[in-house]
Design a binder for this molecule. Structure first.
Ligand SMILES: [Zn+2]
Length: 122
């Protein structure tokens, strides 16, 4: 499975859509779809119609489910968001670098801004 450079818990900025320029926290990543769900961003309104509950007539009288509008965050393509670097607080592309931890080489994500280049995962 292809790994995404944006993962759960990251702060990202939207690059497209009605929430362009806004920032939010990734609450779910779907590498299979190459999409992420960002808290409170790219929300879609679901209109819920009031409808009778099934089997409610048995209990005397028909009960209705409440109708209304529910706002839900929809998945966005990962290409439509950019990671916000926790060090310089700017949206950035993500680079990969390696470092040695206890004698082993591990891959770490890195801010690609030339004047920053800090690790993203601390
Ligand atoms: Zn940075």
């Amino acid at each position: 499975m292809a790994k995404m450079k944006v993962k759960k818990g990251d702060l990202v900025q939207m690059l497209a859509g009605k929430d362009r320029g806004k920032q939010g926290r990734v609450i779910e990543s779907r590498p299979r779809e190459r999409r992420v769900i960002v808290e409170n961003l790219n929300t879609v309104k679901r209109h819920m119609r009031p409808r009778p509950l099934r089997d409610s007539s048995r209990m005397g009288g028909t009960q209705m489910t409440p109708g209304g509008v529910i706002e839900k965050a929809a998945a966005v393509p990962v290409s439509n968001v950019m990671l916000v670097c926790p060090t310089c607080n700017r949206p950035t592309r993500v680079g990969m670098t390696t470092k040695e931890v206890k004698g082993r080489e591990v891959h770490v994500r890195q801010c690609k801004r030339a004047d920053c280049l800090q690790e993203i995962d601390k």
